[in-house]
Design a protein around this ligand. Structure first.
Ligand code: GP9
Length: 409
């Protein structure tokens, strides 16, 4: 067999597993709205300060959705844009300047492209210049037919906060676009207002925080996260009003951390949250199934790479896919592997966490039983490590040689 045929077999095996999902094919033909939430960490979800929820609307959404609290980021040099790439392609973002800048014109088997072959339209939205992260050039190869950025004729800069059009305004403008959009559609929205340094103008700060939070990064982050939460609540209400909600799979996940390690002590002091590396890399994932009225909490360890296959199984996609992640709805040994953050080939998994050594020697890394916190023999981490090395190298090989489009021809 040729090298490409061997790779195809690897992907075919992964795709075959999707059929074991209890939801396989259940939402064929439903719209998908996916919101990639700027700087949304997992720790504000469900958190209360002075008896007040930071994310009341997301908490409410969780009460009628599938909620995956143990999901980890997988960004590389392309930061936000790499989170987009990973969620829509289920490959590691191995590229010197991020995938959108390094390989904007490669061929991909991305979520928008696959959905378009199923009869969907696909668009992306972001309230900022299309040049940022080279999205203007990268989005067509990803399969997005329309990019609703600040340069699009339909997008008005009627409310600008921080780096661009406010999240609330973007959500509102997208509602008008959906009314005219052919159905089913896939809409990918990259939010922006909750961006570092999180200094939201006073008039948008609606969280009543105790005095000790004044002018702290933590206080600012909670205010900005609360703003995003209100914008999402508004968006959902509008989707319901326009009768789009019941026909839509609605997804929200965090792109990457908000606070950074230097903020750790302050977060700990104010919120009693131990903002260690695992907490820093932890982002929420919420998937609302059309018609769902009760909460399903799935504590599987997973990553942004699992978003595409989880959605592909909900739609029941039969065409050949090339994803490295898995459906989170299938009981398995989940894991989140890192190609950039921490040290390449480090991972978190159901039972063991592996911190790779800087010298790249497997035996020199540290394997920890995360249930007991005890260091164990590295051999306990070997199987997942080997899979991770293989999949990172495979991503690099496919991207560098522009081979994804050659698969399954
Ligand atoms: C820029 C926005 C932020 O368009 O997506 O990107 P980041 O600075 O978070 O990588």
């Amino acid at each position: 067999k040729s090298e490409l045929e061997i790779i195809e077999d690897y992907f075919k095996e992964k795709q075959e597993l999707l059929k074991a999902s209890p939801y396989y094919g259940m939402f064929e033909g439903k719209n998908i709205i996916m919101v990639q939430a700027e700087s949304l960490n997992e720790f504000p979800i469900g958190l209360k300060v002075n008896g007040k929820e930071i994310t009341p609307h997301l908490n409410e959404l969780i009460s009628i959705s599938h909620y995956y609290p143990n999901i980890y980021l997988q960004i590389g040099r392309g930061n936000t844009s790499d989170a987009e790439f990973v969620a829509n392609n289920s490959l590691y973002p191995i590229a010197d300047m991020g995938v959108y800048k390094t390989y904007p014109k490669n061929n991909f088997i991305s979520l928008p492209q696959v959905l378009k072959r199923e009869g969907y339209t696909a668009n992306a939205a972001h309230g900022n210049s299309p040049e940022f992260w080279n999205r203007r050039m990268a989005y067509p190869s990803q399969g997005f037919d329309n990019f609703y950025s600040t340069e699009h004729i339909k997008i008005k800069e009627n409310e600008v906060i921080g780096m661009g059009v406010s999240d609330k305004s973007m959500f509102n403008q997208m509602i008008d676009i959906y009314k005219e959009e052919e159905k089913p559609f896939y809409s990918f929205i990259v939010s922006l207002t909750n961006h570092r340094p999180f200094d939201l103008p006073d008039k948008y700060q609606s969280l009543n925080l105790p005095a000790e939070y004044t002018e702290t990064l933590t206080g600012n982050y909670l205010q900005a996260t609360h703003y995003f939460d209100r914008a999402i609540g508004y968006f959902i209400e509008k989707l319901k009003e326009e009768k789009i909600w019941d026909d839509t799979i609605f997804v929200v996940y965090g792109d990457h951390y908000g606070p950074i390690p230097k903020d750790k002590d302050e977060i700990h002091q104010l919120l009693d949250v131990s903002f260690d590396q695992k907490e820093q890399f932890n982002v929420p994932l919420i998937i609302h199934h059309p018609g769902q009225t009760t909460a399903v909490k799935n504590e599987m360890t997973g990553s942004q790479m699992d978003i595409f296959p989880t959605l592909a199984s909900l739609i029941g996609i039969e065409q050949p896919l090339a994803h490295l992640g898995s459906s989170l709805d299938i009981k398995k040994e989940g894991f989140a592997g890192f190609a950039y953050e921490t040290t390449p080939y480090s991972f978190y998994s159901e039972q063991y966490d592996y911190a790779a050594s800087h010298n790249g020697v497997f035996q020199d890394g540290i394997c920890t039983d995360n249930k007991t916190g005890e260091k164990v023999s590295v051999n306990a981490c070997k199987k997942t490590y080997e899979q991770l090395v293989k999949e990172i190298q495979l991503s690099e090989f496919l991207l560098e040689n522009n081979l994804i489009g050659e698969l399954f021809k």
